[in-house]
Design a protein around this ligand. Structure first.
Ligand code: AMP
Ligand code: ZN
Length: 114
């Protein structure tokens, strides 16, 4: 846990462009944006995967999603946005602290899932 990049960002040990913060989560700019606007919504509590969530974690994440929907216009996401949670190696997860990618600010391509 001590080596976790997102825990270090939460503690201010690694700099970030922070757009929002409350007691449950913070929202930063992704350092390698894959869309015109690419944020990461990061629960403050460290857990790696959805499968590790407690009931309380699940309730907190639901509250974070509700808050995100309220914040979206002020984040430049009036036209819509896409949420992605990569889980494990097949999905290309690289940071093992659960986080939600929030992408928008443009018309997004629809991925070919074949
Ligand atoms: P994932 O592949 O779903 O685990 O996503 C991890 C994301 O974290 C990637 O999109 C990275 O670009 C992003 N990332 C890694 N380090 C940082 C950092 N220091 N600040 C902001 N975003 C980061
Ligand atoms: Zn962490």
């Amino acid at each position: 846990m001590n080596d976790c990049i997102f825990c270090k960002i939460n503690k201010g040990e690694i700099p970030s462009r922070k757009f929002y913060e409350d007691d449950k989560m913070f929202i930063i700019a992704d350092i390698e944006p894959k869309a015109k606007l690419h944020y990461l919504m990061i629960p403050k509590k460290h857990y790696k995967l959805l499968s590790e969530m407690t009931e309380e974690d699940a309730a907190d994440l639901a509250a974070c999603l509700k808050k995100l929907s309220e914040l979206a216009p002020s984040l430049g996401l009036k036209g819509g946005y896409r949420l992605v949670i990569n889980q494990g190696d097949d999905a290309g997860q690289t940071v093992f602290h659960l986080h939600v990618h929030v992408m928008g600010g443009q018309v997004l391509d629809f991925p070919d899932l074949k």
